[in-house]
Ligand binder design. Structure first.
Ligand SMILES: *Cc1c(COP(=O)(O)O)cnc(C)c1O
Length: 354
């Protein structure tokens, strides 16, 4: 059995959070003279922009609650899901003492966030087909590991992990398991949202930055037991999501039909790219993808990367990542953009032989 209080850092357990007077009143007919705001927005700006935003983001959570089929009490919203990663590390890992376990190659922010918080990172590399080596993980798990992050589907490899292996980790590990589902809207069957109530040590991360097309709004989602969500709400900056971002998130979430058809278009376009890429110069292997990006192994990703830049196309060079020698990661763009990529890439040999 997981005892959340035992897992939390002492200072977090004992924390009294910032309280705003506004929490003490609910209702519409109220005069707000408590927060030193300007009583009136400048002309032409959104009504309400002069007020501090809702610290608990109730309206957006209500929409998400319906879409995800869980209670608002199990939802935390952050300034991108990066905020939730940072909060989890800060709440559960003592700097200089505890450690984070990751499965590289994976999302770069985990390591950066750990480094900022002076938390040691222990790596359990994925095998050659980018799957978690569960036996190795269980055998070599270090006692100082307090948090495990599994990115699934994984960035940059685009593959999914076996659900039974993930569940085994959640069931066996006595600390916090973060299941980062940033790309799950492209393969919804992979989500653990329906298992949330079974696992008090599970934190699921999702985001509006990818499938929901709101990277500029910075809205990330963490879903977990109410106890964990309450801790996150206590530790976060009180007004961590701006009023414009909340308005926009609410509007986007009411367009779930349009959003789903956009997701389907991206998936179709990805299938088209998956067929075209293997025939291009330098391509060694095109990995399967459950996401909106594709990992391609080439004979020389450094020169290909530079060549594409010269042609005005930016992809991600993943050459230096674990088991990713020669790999580039390509985001699925608009049809025209993808065509330009393919056309430029086709001419690669021509350009180097000149
Ligand atoms: C893009 C991405 C995120 C999302 O970040 P936001 O801060 O929500 O924009 C989280 N995890 C992974 C693996 C990602 O690729």
């Amino acid at each position: 059995m997981i005892d959340l209080n035992n897992l939390l850092r002492k200072n977090i357990q004992n924390l009294k959070s910032y309280s705003s007077a506004r929490n003490e009143f609910s209702g519409d007919d109220v005069i707000l003279l408590d927060a030193n705001e300007n009583p009136k927005a400048l002309s032409g700006l959104p009504i309400g922009i002069n007020r501090y935003p809702d610290p608990l983001q109730k309206r957006v959570k209500e929409k998400l609650s319906v879409l995800k089929g869980i209670s608002s009490d199990n939802i935390f919203l952050g300034n991108g899901s990066d905020e939730a990663i940072d909060l989890a590390l800060r709440c559960f890992c003592n700097p200089g003492v505890d450690a984070l376990a990751i499965f590289p190659p994976t999302y770069g922010m985990y390591k950066v966030c750990a480094a900022i918080n002076d938390i040691n990172v222990i790596e359990y590399p994925l095998n050659s087909t980018f799957e978690i080596d569960i036996d190795k993980f269980v055998d070599e798990l270090k006692p100082e590991v307090k948090v495990v992050i599994i990115c699934n589907p994984n960035n940059p490899t685009a593959n999914v992990q076996d659900k039974s292996i993930i569940k085994k980790i959640i069931e066996r590990f006595q600390g916090i398991v973060i299941h980062d589902e940033a790309y799950v809207d492209f393969c919804p069957e992979q989500s653990l949202v329906n298992d949330l109530s079974k696992y008090p040590n599970l934190i699921i991360l999702q985001t509006l930055s990818k499938a929901w097309a709101l990277a500029g709004a910075r809205v990330g989602i963490a879903m977990a037991s109410k106890d964990i969500i309450d801790v996150f709400n206590k530790v976060k900056f009180p007004y961590n999501i701006s009023y414009p971002s909340l308005m926009i998130a609410e509007e986007a979430l009411s367009k779930s039909v349009e959003s789903q058809s956009r997701i389907n278009e991206i998936i179709e376009e990805k299938e088209r790219l998956l067929k075209l890429l293997p025939d291009l110069p330098m391509v060694v292997k095109v990995y399967p993808s459950s996401t909106n990006f594709i990992l391609v192994k080439t004979t020389d990703s450094n020169s290909l990367y530079k060549y594409l830049i010269q042609n005005g196309i930016v992809v991600r060079n993943r050459d230096m990542e674990t088991n990713c020698k020669g790999c580039i990661r390509i985001t699925v763009g608009l049809d025209d953009e993808n065509n330009r990529l393919i056309d430029a890439w086709k001419k690669y040999n021509l350009s180097v032989s000149l």
